[in-house]
Design a protein around this ligand. Structure first.
Ligand code: URA
Length: 205
């Protein structure tokens, strides 16, 4: 079982928060200042067994500083509930911590700039299951753990074994909850995929 005690993870996560707040070299820092919005660092249990990784904050998220609190967040809450998971028991974050203008896809240089913060969050929280939401998060996480990348339509809902410095984990790519905002078929698919977490949350790796 992965050790979850006796370390200063809250302190280390606060350091990341402070560094992101002061990350003036970021390609998205000027957007943040111009729009008077916040970076979104992540929220949830610092001892979470499951970490969700999205793409980048949207408008609601940048206005509040909280991940997945808009329309996609409402879907995510429903999906968590459908698998019997409490939002406060997991950790939710994104690769890119500032909102790209007009919700455009994150650029490779933005992913490169913010990726190291996510890497550190993973190292500190030591999740046993990392769930990527959408193809950008999937691409980053699969590459990070040397897993073979394919299209999200082939990989979604499957669990992959990965090795970390702190032990064995599972990586589970899922579709992004935003796809279900206007598409009920996609929502059904996501609900089906989320059931994999219902069983996994009780096991240890
Ligand atoms: N989409 C994301 O990828 N992340 C959020 O926090 C909100 C919407």
């Amino acid at each position: 079982m992965i050790e979850k005690q006796n370390d200063n993870r809250t302190e280390l996560l606060k350091q990341i928060r402070d560094e992101v707040i002061n990350f003036k070299e970021s390609p998205l820092y000027q957007e943040r200042i111009k729009n008077k919005v916040f970076p979104v660092i992540g929220e949830g249990s610092h001892c979470a067994k499951i970490m969700f990784v999205g793409e980048a904050p949207g408008r609601n998220e940048a206005q509040t500083g909280r991940p997945f609190c808009g329309a996609a967040g409402k879907i995510l809450d429903e999906l968590l509930a459908s698998a019997g998971i409490k939002r406060e028991d997991v950790y939710i974050t994104n690769i890119v911590k500032d909102r790209p203008p007009f919700n455009r896809d994150p650029l490779p240089e933005e992913i490169d700039a913010y990726g190291p913060f996510l890497d550190r969050q993973i190292k500190i929280i030591k999740p046993e299951i990392i769930v990527s939401l959408g193809r950008f998060a999937m691409g980053y996480i699969m590459k990070k753990f040397n897993l073979e990348l394919d299209s999200i339509s082939r990989l979604h809902g499957k669990a992959f074994d990965a090795e970390t410095a702190y032990g064995k984990i599972k990586v589970i790519p899922l579709y992004h909850p935003a796809v279900a905002v206007y598409n009920n078929g996609a929502k059904g698919e996501l609900i089906k995929d989320f059931q994999i977490l219902r069983d996994f949350q009780w096991n240890t790796y």
